[in-house]
Every structure is written in C-alpha cells, then in structure tokens.
Design a protein around this ligand. Structure first.
Ligand SMILES: [Zn+2]
Length: 344
C-alpha cells in the first residue's frame, strides 16, 4: 500500500531476529455493518465505538484471521467477506519486540518517540517463555525462506548466526559466499576462506539443527547443508562432530536426545544476553583485530564467537516478556473517511 513505506517504524537499533512484524487488514464496511445492522447503533455512535476499537494480540498476529480481519499479500486487496475495495480497508501494523538486555534500551527510546494523541499507538505487554519465543522465531524464519531454492540453507545459517551473535556485522563473512562448511581446525568461531565459510563444529551443528527444524516434515526428515537427514542421521552427525558431548547430552534414545537439543537451543536463545557483561570488551577487541586481519588478507579472516556450550545442567524455559506495539494510525484515518462517506 502506498502509505505503508513512510510509516514504517525505525527498527535498526534492534538486533536481528528480535522484532517480528505483523500486518493485518480489517474491513471497515464489515465492522460498520456489525455495529449498525446487527447491533442497531446509529452511525455516529458506531463511529465513536469503532474508533476505540483495539483488536486483541491474537487477532493481530495469528496467521488465520477471523472476520472482519484478514491477511492479504495483494497490492489492491479486497475484503474476502464482503468484497469491498481498498478504501474501506484499514491496516494494523504490529511489532512484537522480544524483551531482554539487548532490546530494552532501544525499545524504551522507540516508545518514547511515538505520538501519544488518540491512542495512535498501543503498547501491550505479554508474558511468554523462551521456548515459545524460539519456536515463533523458527516459524517466522521458515516463512521468510523459499525452501525450493537451495540458497535458503545459507540464508538460514546467516539468520541463525545473526541471532546468536547480533554484534557481529555478518555482511562481510557472507559477501559472495558460495558454501558453508564444517571446520576441522577451529574449535570455536568461524573463518572465511575464499568463497567458503568454515564454522566451528558447534556452530555448524547448530546451523544443521536449525535447518532441520525449519524444513522437517513427518515423513521425510529435514533438509540441511548435509542433504536430507532423518532425525537419526542428524543425531549421528551431531554425535560425531562432538556437539552432543560438548553440550552435555548423554542420552542415547533419539527422542530424548532431540528434546535435550531443543532445550539447549531454547536455553541459549538469548545468546546475546549470555555474553554481555565481562566478555563484552573482549568481543570489541577481537573485532578490531579481525578487521585488521581482514585488511591484510582479504581472503582469510577469522574470529571466535564467545557463546560457548551451555553448562551441562540444562535449563528448560525462562520467562520472556514480549512487548507489542500496535500502529493504529491507518485505522484511525480510514475510520474517519469511511464514516464521512456513511454520514454524507
Ligand atoms: Zn468487508
């Protein structure tokens, strides 16, 4: 929609993967219809009521919307219920920000800047936990990828690394990248060599896991950089790479191993938070060094990631606060113009 662009909120201060955006359309003809025909309100009263309308978070973020809400990818959408064209339709943009050390300051600054009048923006907090947040992230990741195009494997690897290590500028290691491989030399971090990116076994294992989770189906396993793998294949590899030992998984039964793997990913989902504090200076130092090294030889650069394996005793879920920002500006404008056409 034409007005959409200039209305986008400025989100560049948030680490990748910490903000999820949702757009939902609502048909004002359908809403006015409900208020005037079904509830028998006069248009003026209906207008006052509708202006106050605040959809629930579920209505704004669920993938299968209910009347009068709907999703549309079309440029000129129509209401799927009554067929009304775009001037009857209003959009809500909803931003879900994951609470935590890496986002708190940016979120406060953003909310401070939002216009306050007429409830143009709503800010709603919701309690969640690290497991739900992780699976939401996976779901959003999966939807942003085209699994029929093989390059998704590299894209998924990058998105995982961005989430794990948001302070690194991943443009450089991924520039004109042809392949991602497991390093037999590195014990942590990554190394770019020519058109290939080598990941330490732990990082590589987690990249495989993410790919598996994004693409798995009940019958065919999942697709990874190592080809199509069943759960058994995947576990065998992760054991061989030393990943299972590294994160302290001693179980043998595949179902149990899988559960522990998920626990581990979930527990370290806020990788950035794990690594703030004492380690942050060293990260900066390493970055500077890496830059220098990169200048010397443009083909090779290496850096170590901190976020090592979690301690053997695994945490299952941690509480996470989600902060929803609902942009009602388009809705308020459209309600006004639609009411004008009713009243006129
Ligand atoms: Zn409609």
């Amino acid at each position: 929609m034409a007005t959409a662009k200039k209305r986008e909120l400025e989100l560049k201060d948030f680490p990748p993967g910490t903000v999820t955006e949702y757009t939902t359309l609502v048909c004002l003809a359908c809403i006015f219809n409900i208020f005037t025909k079904q509830l028998g309100l006069a248009p003026r009263t209906a207008f006052t009521e509708i202006k106050r309308h605040a959809p629930t978070i579920e209505e704004l973020t669920s993938r299968g919307s209910m009347r009068p809400y709907f999703d549309s990818e079309e440029k000129h959408p129509h209401c799927p219920y009554c067929g009304k064209p775009v001037r009857w339709l209003a959009r809500f943009d909803t931003y879900c920000i994951e609470g935590g050390k890496s986002t708190d300051a940016a979120r406060r600054a953003l909310i401070k800047k939002l216009p306050k009048a007429d409830d143009q923006f709503l800010v709603i907090e919701k309690k969640s936990d690290s497991r739900a947040v992780f699976f939401d992230w996976l779901d959003t990741l999966g939807r942003s990828l085209d699994l029929n195009d093989e390059s998704w494997l590299v894209d998924a690897t990058r998105m995982y690394l961005e989430r794990r290590e948001p302070k690194t500028n991943w443009d450089e290691p991924f520039e004109e990248l042809r392949a991602v491989r497991r390093s037999s030399r590195l014990t942590e971090g990554w190394e770019r060599d020519g058109a290939r990116l080598f990941l330490a076994p732990n990082l590589y294992s987690e990249a495989l896991l993410i790919q598996y989770l994004v693409s798995r189906s009940h019958t065919h396993g999942g697709t990874t950089l190592e080809g199509r793998l069943t759960l058994m294949d995947l576990i065998r590899r992760l054991r061989y790479y030393g990943y299972l030992d590294n994160i302290g998984i001693t179980e043998r039964e595949p179902g149990e191993v899988f559960e522990k793997l998920i626990d581990h990913l979930v527990a370290t989902h806020e990788w950035s938070n794990y690594r703030t504090g004492s380690g942050s200076d060293r990260v900066t130092g390493a970055k500077k060094k890496a830059k220098k090294a990169a200048k010397k030889s443009s083909k090779k650069s290496s850096k170590s990631l901190k976020g090592k394996a979690a301690p053997p005793e695994l945490t299952t879920t941690e509480p996470v606060k989600l902060h929803y920002i609902v942009d009602r500006r388009d809705f308020l404008e459209k309600v006004k113009s639609v009411y004008a056409s009713y009243a006129g």
